[in-house]
Design a protein around this ligand. Structure first.
Ligand SMILES: *[C@@H]1O[C@H](CO)[C@@H](O)[C@H](O)[C@H]1NC(C)=O
Length: 390
């Protein structure tokens, strides 16, 4: 049967090759991939973030996620993948928490190298439909993490970008807008954007820069084990004297920025950011440095490992905001005091720190933990065990 199909495809290619350009031939080839079945509880929705182009982004979605008709979901979750672009893994990690009680959408941002492959670097790239899905530029830390525009549309005729500029953050914005659409989600009350690792970093940056905050709906941003944060001015826990990138996006608000970011940077103040419901979840065993962002822009935020940086950023944000939180047990407290950091005394501080005891850099365990579940589902989130004498 498969052989027959192959022969027919080959025949089709042979007979029609003359009139086809290279792009279409490529698309035909990549269409011979059959995607693996979606993870349990999920289906793949071909989501179009812009009316300007037919190109789409594959979204792993549960039963309450709808793009037409109506859904009675009160809570809409947007899950973001790690740097492996592994939506088929991120979906089950969050589905174990929300099941079919809330809407869940996990957009999968792919890169050009994922086309025509069943796997790339362990990525289940066969969920990528090369004919219609847009792809992002290839960078060591995903370009979609920092908010760059898609590089190309799909390879099929009519699926190019047609001039549309679509940041990965535009895609998240469109999902927020969809959840806020009362004609589809009449009961929607809460939207949660959540991601682990590079998905956490995407959440940090998105929560800082996006101005998509629908009226009458609460938006929460949850970043778990993010490799770095955004420091809005120049003080850092560690010395910056031999680091030229520490102020550059996505570590700070300077340097070269993607189009989406630069056009919104002026409105993105520290005071606005800390007034948002942003939850920093960190596993207190996330201390290994392997596979981590080793750029000095990340390191000067607290150390070589993610836990130190999450603590460093937490102390920094509290000190800069002028909160009354006792920070004396954190190593970064003395370091930042010495740096000469001055408080900006902002009025509203809604950021939270929640520490998952004994869990390291593990997306599945982080989401499954009590704090992980609370961060997606509840108003209250436990703080977990604070460090003692770091
Ligand atoms: C890929 O997308 C094209 C265009 O929408 C569609 O015709 C085709 O069926 C898709 N392939 C798979 C395997 O879903």
């Amino acid at each position: 049967m498969q052989l027959l199909l192959l022969c027919m495809t080959a025949l089709l290619l042979l007979t029609s090759a003359n009139g086809l350009d290279a792009r279409t031939k490529n698309a035909a080839k990549s269409n011979s991939y059959t995607p693996p079945p979606p993870p349990q509880g999920g289906r793949i929705v071909s989501f179009r973030p812009s009316k300007q182009t037919k190109a789409s982004v594959p979204v792993f979605a549960n039963s309450l996620f709808k793009t037409k008709g109506t859904s009675n979901a009160k809570r809409g979750v947007i899950g973001l993948t790690g740097k492996g672009r592994d939506g088929s893994q991120t979906f089950p990690d969050i589905y174990q928490v929300v099941a079919d009680h809330h809407a869940l959408a996990v957009p999968n941002f792919y890169e050009a190298r994922d086309r025509g492959q069943s796997t790339t670097d362990g990525v289940h790239a066969s969920y990528l439909n090369a004919t219609r899905d847009m792809v992002w530029p290839e960078k060591s830390v995903g370009s979609w993490v920092t908010g760059e525009d898609a590089a190309e549309g799909g390879l099929g005729n009519d699926y190019d970008l047609a001039g549309a500029q679509i940041s990965s953050y535009d895609v998240i914005d469109q999902l927020v807008r969809l959840y806020s659409d009362k004609s589809i989600y009449p009961n929607m009350q809460d939207i949660v954007v959540a991601g682990h690792s590079a998905g956490g970093k995407t959440t940090v940056s998105y929560s800082y820069i996006s101005d998509e905050t629908p009226e009458g709906i609460r938006v929460r941003y949850v970043h778990l084990n993010s490799p770095s944060s955004i420091f809005s001015e120049s003080h850092r826990p560690l010395s910056t004297s031999s680091c030229s990138s520490y102020q550059s996006w996505p570590y700070g608000p300077q340097g070269q920025q993607p189009r989406y970011v630069s056009s919104r940077l002026q409105a993105a103040t520290f005071a606005r950011w800390v007034s948002r419901d942003v939850v920093r979840v960190t596993g207190n065993a996330d201390t290994q440095t392997q596979g981590d962002d080793s750029d000095c822009g990340a390191t000067v935020q607290g150390g070589r490992d993610r836990l130190s940086r999450n603590y460093g950023a937490w102390v920094y944000e509290n000190m800069l905001a002028g909160t009354k939180t006792d920070l004396s047990e954190f190593k970064a407290y003395k370091q930042l005091q010495k740096s000469g950091l001055k408080s900006q005394n902002v009025g509203v501080f809604n950021k939270r720190l929640a520490i998952v005891d004994g869990v390291g850099h593990d997306s599945t365990k982080m989401f499954a933990s009590r704090i992980g579940r609370q961060s997606i589902l509840d108003d209250h989130i436990d703080q977990g065990p604070l460090p003692t004498k770091q």
